[in-house]
Design a protein around this ligand. Sequence first.
Ligand code: IPD
Ligand code: CA
Ligand code: CA
Length: 260
Amino acid sequence: MKPTLPDLTALAQGAGKILRAGFRQTKNINHKREIDLVTETDQASEDYILQQINARFPHHHIIAEENGESAGDPDHTWYIDPLDGTTNFAHGLPIFAVSIAYAYQGRTTLGVVYDPMRDEMFSAELGQGATLNGQPLQVSQQTDLKQSLLVTGFPYDRFTNPDNNFNHALNFLMRVQGFRRLGAAALDLCNVAAGRVDGYWEMHLERYDMAAGALVAQEAGAVVTKKDGTPDILSAPYSIVAANPTLHGEMLKVLALPAA
Ligand code: IPD
Ligand code: CA
Ligand code: CA
């Protein structure tokens, strides 16, 4: 049995309640790696989502940030980020979300990203468009890189990983109106969908960071690919670029430039 978009929306609302309740209350903050945090709220949100999915869809395959990959039928795969923007959350900065996607036979068909602090529910179904709290979303029509506001992120292993996005960031900085680093990849993609930023790129995300937001952006009219322009963003090595078709092409050109 397949889930429906209202199923995912209900899960995101339930998890969002947990995130809201834990915000600025969370005491237990641990380090997964030197600067990669996890809080008791990440875990509580994921426990809730997994328990709900397992109760209704016990044979499905789940890829979740804190509990890893479960056994299950790969024809029905869920991608769960229970708290995207953990660093913001841990510092009391209200920019974070829960991200839930469902893929049928390898194709993402449903995605929701819920920002519980703004009560913003971004959702999309393959071929049906994307909405924010029920209102249709449309990407920006900006085609001039120089007039564009972009958003990006940097990987947690940036001190040791030479492919840390610094060179791309420098190349963009010299060619755009500005770019932001807001700290929640799923929301970055939804902000592209809503036309609040013109484009987004990032390297080395995980599938649970991107799957839902990528569908929302795509259904709002964005082209979403890897940095080499190939479409299968959920296959390694991971990278993502999202923008309207013309700006997307311009962004790929900048990503192909040598180090500045
Ligand atoms: C992180 C955020 C951030 C991105 C990182 C992600 P987390 O997810 O989405 O914006 O730059 O690469 O890992 O750890 O907050 O769920
Ligand atoms: Ca994440
Ligand atoms: Ca997370």
